[in-house]
Write a new protein. Structure first.
Length: 303
């Protein structure tokens, strides 16, 4: 197991107020963290491993720019066709004794991926997946699920589809900083895009989303290139670290250092909870994380 190093990250602008209040008023009991799931969507390209990033309006514990994801929903408990590891096996993979919660995280991950990108890890049987997901009908289904007009499990059932949980790979567990007003306990998963599917942003809510080459994003991390491209008031002029939460930035580092999808997905990861802590570095508030340092071109390291 690699030795963990002390990493420092910039404090995103939207967290500065909460951070200063936390210090001025004294440490107190953190707000309860909502359970969330997020999916790192991957594909290989000539320039290296690519992942899908999207802009998140408002102030999200997942970051201004993030992988597809969001809060778990009560309907994630509903019965649904299931292919792949059992909920018990998922709980073991994720390092938790709460089988019900593990199941909710898996369902929530596939649901959030569908809502935000249209990519659907589901099929009529254990050897196939939905194809041609870019039709008007599928966009209507996404909108209905996102607006909670119809549950995700109901939508799957009516189409005779089962979740392909075997297409998900568990990654890491990140807990929002204690001082944050909105906090997530987020389980991150990884997946590649099924055959004949393409991600797209949700018509009613999407602002910006695209495939990003991990190595390029890390190379340009100290520039405002990505934030300027998105062009929103809370992105223009900001660097990568001001747009992403530390966990997302670290995952991008590991993608940049990886030799493609297969290498990234097949890496053995141990269940571990990561959390950024607030520190004062010479009068500058920053986020501190204990995590392995990964540099592009070096062998991938992961706890």
């Amino acid at each position: 197991m690699p030795q963990l190093a002390r990493r420092l990250f910039v404090l995103p602008p939207e967290l500065e107020g909460a951070a200063r209040n936390w210090l001025e008023l004294g440490e107190r009991t953190p707000r309860a963290a909502r359970h969330a799931s997020s999916v790192v969507l991957l594909r290989d390209s000539p320039t290296g491993l690519e992942t899908w990033l999207g802009y998140r309006p408002g102030s999200s514990p997942l970051g201004v720019v993030a992988f597809p994801g969001g809060s778990l929903d009560p309907s994630d408990d509903d019965p649904v066709g299931w292919v792949g590891p059992t909920p018990q096996q998922w709980a073991e993979h994720m390092g938790t004794d709460d089988v019900g919660l593990a199941r909710r995280h898996v369902v929530g991950a596939i649901r959030e991926l569908f809502e935000e990108t249209g990519v659907l890890l589901a099929g009529p049987d254990a050897s196939s997946t939905v194809e041609a997901n870019s039709t008007v009908d599928w966009m209507r289904a996404r909108e209905a699920v996102a607006a909670q007009e119809k549950s995700f499990t109901e939508m799957l059932s009516k189409r005779g589809l089962s979740l392909r949980t075997d297409l998900l790979k568990p990654l890491v567990n990140w807990l929002s900083p204690d001082f944050a007003h909105a906090r997530f306990n987020t389980r991150y998963f990884a997946a590649t895009v099924p055959v004949n599917q393409q991600p797209s942003i949700l018509e009613s809510k999407g602002v910006w989303g695209r495939w990003v080459t991990a190595a390029e994003a890390i190379t340009l991390r100290e520039t405002p290139a990505l934030g300027d491209e998105i062009g929103q008031p809370n992105t223009v002029g900001l660097t990568l670290g001001q747009l992403l939460v530390p966990g997302s930035e670290i995952m991008l580092e590991k993608m940049a250092a990886s030799n493609g999808c297969i290498a990234y997905l097949s890496y053995k990861r141990k269940a571990h909870v990561y959390q950024a802590k607030l520190v004062d570095e010479g009068g500058i508030l920053m986020l501190e994380v204990e995590a392995a340092r990964t540099i592009a071109g070096e062998p991938q390291r992961e706890r």
